[in-house]
Ligand binder design. Structure first.
Ligand SMILES: [Zn+2]
Length: 118
């Protein structure tokens, strides 16, 4: 048993594992520590999961995926993009090519296609 756990060690120890999923707790989690607050652009008035955690969460997920890709470029990491992560992040450059985001537009209208004007 190792003292700490990380994804590169996991993939090194288990070469048959090709994906790993991770996500914050279900619902609308927020962190109010000074680091997260500093990284939150406080989107407002644009809908899609407010207050949005997208910038903080996907900045973290992208950094983890980029670090894993250095040693394991063929392994995929997945996270979810719903609730307060439904809004695409705007302040993060291209996402790491090994990061998949599974989206569920739970707050959208069930009667009209998402591209239809309200
Ligand atoms: Zn925080």
């Amino acid at each position: 048993m190792r003292d700490s756990w990380n994804l590169t060690a996991e993939f090194r120890d288990h070469p048959d594992e090709f994906t790993f999923g991770f996500a914050p707790p279900d619902g609308y989690p927020q962190c109010f520590c000074t680091r997260c607050e500093a990284g939150n652009p406080n989107f407002s008035g644009k809908g899609l999961g407010q207050p949005s955690l997208s910038e903080v969460w996907f900045r973290f997920g992208n950094a983890v995926a980029a670090e894993v890709a250095k040693e394991f470029p063929d392994r995929w990491l997945f996270s979810n993009g719903y609730a307060d992560r439904a809004r695409p992040p705007e302040g993060i450059g291209p996402l790491s090519p090994n990061l998949g985001i599974q989206s569920a537009m739970l707050d959208s209208c069930m009667f009209h296609p998402i591209q239809e004007p309200i």
